[in-house]
Write a protein that binds this ligand. Structure first.
Ligand code: NAD
Length: 483
C-alpha cells in the first residue's frame, strides 16, 4: 500500500480529516508514489489557527534573524538538491536537467528573501512641517497562502513562501494534488529549520481545500499560479472575501522569427522553448510566427531538430523530453491536435503514437509540429500545455504583432532578430508581460516581477521582485511631533 501523505500544521505532521485519498502516480511508469489526502475545510482551519497564533511572535522576531533562517534554508536545499530534483522527475515526468533547473530557480527566490532587511527598508523626511517628521514603515500583514500548479511543484511555492515569511508573515501552502511529494521533502527541510511552530504550514488537497483557503477570514492574501479559468475563480472569490490576491494564469506564447534572425541558433532556442518540460510551461513557445521567407527556413530546421529529440524517462540523463502529466492531459492534447487538423492545419510531425521502450505504460507524447496554422484556429488561440508547436506564416512584423496582440493571453512573447529596430518595435508594442529578445523562454529572475497581462494575470502586484515585498507588507505612515 502506498504511503499516505500528511499535512504539516503547527510544526507537526498530522493526518488530514478526510477518508478520501488520491494516488500520486509517476507518469513515466504509472507506479503509485504516494496517496494524497483531499483535505477538508477543517484541515485548512487548523492550519489558519496555527499560522495566526504564530504571527505575533514571528513578526517581532528581528528581521536579521528572519533573514538568517533563509540562509539556512538555502543551504539545506543545496544539501538535498539531488534528492528533491529526482522526486520532481518521478512525480512530474520532466527530465532531470529540467528538475535541476527548476530547483535552481526556486533557490534563487530563497536568495532574494535573504535580502529582506534591505528590501523592507523605507524612507522618511525630517521637517515635513515645522518640527514634524514623517516616515513610512513597512509591516507584515498576517497569514498568507499559496495555491500552486503541478508543472513546477517546488519552484512555484518558493516564488512566494520565502519572501512572505522573511517579511514577517506566516504561511500556508497547498501544493497541486498531482505533484505533492517533492514539496513534502521541502517541508521536511523547513521542519529542520526550527522555525517557531505554525510559521509555515502545508495542507494537501484539491478544490475543497483551495476553496476553504479562499473563504477563510483568517487569511489575508493569496498567491495563485495555475490555469486561467481557475485563476479567475481564485481572484473573484478571494477578493470577494476581502483578501489581496495575485493570480497568475495560463498562456499562449508567440514567437516571431524575422528573416534576419540567426536561424540555426534561433531554432535551437525555440526547440527548448516549445518542448522543454514537454511543453508544460506557462512560458512554453506555442506558436512560432515565421515572417516572410523565414517561415520555410524555420519550419525545415525545426522539423529536422524536433524529430531527433530523445523522448523517455526523465531520470535517464540522456532523455531530452519527458512525459506529460496524466492520461487525461494526453487525451486533451491529442484532441486539440485532431481539431487543429479538422480546422485545416497540417501535421508535419506527429508525436501522438510514440512508444518508449521499457516504459510502455508511460504517458508520452512526442514532439508535434502543425503547419499552415491561421489565427482563428483553436490551436492558435487556446493553451495546449503539451509538446505541440504551431507554425504560422505572416508577411511582416506588423502582422506578427497584430496576431500576438489579438490573443486573450499575455504571458510571454519573443522575437528572434538581428535588427535592433525590430526588437525595439516588438518590446514597445507587444502586449505581454514577459518579453524575450533572442530568448525563447522569457523567465524573469527572482529579483524581477514575473509579468503577465490580459487573461494571464489577475491582480496588480505580481509575484517575485519588489512587487512581492509590496504584496506581503502594508505601509504605514508615521507623522510625529515632539514638544
Ligand atoms: P490548475 O488551474 O488546474 O490547478 C492549479 C491549482 O488550483 C491546484 O493547486 C489545484 O488544486 C487548484 N484548483 C483547481 N481547480 C480549482 C478550483 N475550482 N477552485 C480552487 N482551486 C482549484 O493548473 P495546473 O493544471 O495544475 O497547472 C497548469 C496551468 O498553470 C497552465 O495553465 C499553466 O499555464 C499555468 N501556469 C501559469 C504560470 C504563470 O506564472 N502564469 C506558471 C506555471 C503554470
Amino acid at each position: 500500500m502506498a504511503r499516505k501523505l500528511k499535512n504539516y500544521i503547527g510544526g507537526e505532521w498530522v493526518d488530514a480529516q478526510t477518508e478520501t485519498y488520491l494516488p500520486v502516480e509517476n507518469p513515466a511508469t504509472c507506479d503509485v508514489l504516494a496517496e494524497v489526502p483531499e483535505s477538508s475545510a477543517a484541515d485548512v482551519d487548523k492550519a489558519v489557527q496555527a499560522a495566526s497564533e504564530a504571527f505575533e511572535e514571528w513578526r517581532s522576531t528581528p528581521i536579521l534573524t528572519r533573514a538568517q533562517y533563509m540562509f539556512r534554508f538555502k543551504s539545506l536545499l543545496e544539501e538535498n538538491f539531488d534528492d528533491i530534483a529526482r522526486m520532481i522527475v518521478e512525480e512530474n515526468g520532466k527530465t532531470i536537467d529540467e528538475a535541476r533547473g527548476e530547483l535552481r530557480r526556486g533557490i534563487e527566490s530563497v536568495d532574494f528573501a535573504t535580502s529582506v532587511p534591505v528590501l523592507m527598508r523605507n524612507d522618511g523626511v525630517e521637517d515635513i512641517a515645522s518640527g514634524i517628521d514623517e516616515t513610512t514603515l513597512r509591516q507584515p500583514v498576517g497569514v498568507f497562502a499559496a495555491i500552486t500548479p503541478f508543472n513546477f511543484p517546488v519552484m512555484v511555492p518558493l516564488w512566494f513562501l520565502p519572501t512572505a515569511i522573511a517579511c514577517g508573515n506566516t504561511y500556508i501552502v497547498k501544493p497541486s494534488p498531482q505533484t505533492p511529494v517533492s514539496m513534502e521533502m521541502v517541508m521536511e527541510l523547513i521542519d529542520e529549520l526550527d522555525l517557531p511552530e505554525g510559521v509555515v504550514n502545508m495542507v494537501h488537497g484539491g478544490v475543497d481545500a483551495a476553496q476553504a483557503i479562499l473563504k477563510h477570514p483568517g487569511i489575508q492574501g493569496i498567491s495563485f499560479v495555475g490555469s486561467t479559468p481557475v485563476a479567475k475563480i481564485i481572484y473573484e472569490t478571494g477578493t470577494a472575501h476581502g483578501k489581496r490576491v495575485q493570480a497568475q494564469g495560463g498562456a499562449k506564447n508567440y514567437i516571431a522569427v524575422m528573416p534576419d534572425a540567426n536561424m540555426e541558433a534561433s531554432a535551437r532556442n525555440i526547440m527548448g522553448a516549445a518542448y522543454g518540460c514537454a511543453g508544460q510551461r506557462c512560458l512554453a513557445a506555442a506558436v512560432a510566427l515565421g515572417v516572410g521567407d523565414a517561415y520555410e527556413r524555420m519550419r525545415d530546421i525545426l522539423a529536422e531538430q524536433a524529430a531527433r529529440l530523445k523522448v523517455g524517462y526523465g531520470l535517464d540523463e540522456s532523455t531530452q523530453m519527458g512525459t506529460v502529466i496524466s492520461a487525461a492531459a494526453k487525451a486533451r492534447i491529442n484532441s486539440m491536435i485532431e481539431r487543429a487538423i479538422e480546422q485545416g492545419a497540417e501535421l508535419l510531425l506527429d508525436g501522438r503514437n510514440i512508444q518508449v521502450q521499457g516504459y510502455e505504460n508511460g504517458i508520452f507524447i512526442g514532439p508535434t509540429i502543425l503547419t499552415n496554422v491561421t489565427p482563428e484556429m483553436e490551436i492558435a488561440q487556446e493553451e495546449v500545455f503539451g509538446p505541440v508547436l504551431a507554425l504560422m506564416q505572416v508577411q511582416d512584423l506588423d502582422e506578427a504583432i497584430g496576431v500576438i496582440n489579438s490573443s486573450r493571453y499575455g504571458n510571454a512573447a519573443s522575437i528572434f532578430t538581428s535588427n535592433g529596430g525590430h526588437a525595439r518595435t516588438f518590446k514597445y508594442r507587444v502586449r505581454a508581460g514577459n518579453i524575450g529578445i533572442n530568448i525563447g523562454v522569457a523567465a524573469p529572475s527572482a529579483s524581477f516581477p514575473f509579468g503577465g497581462q490580459k487573461q494571464s494575470f489577475f491582480g496588480d502586484l505580481h509575484g517575485q521582485g519588489h512587487d512581492s515585498i509590496e504584496f506581503f507588507t502594508d505601509r504605514k505612515v508615521v507623522i510625529e511631533r515632539w514638544l
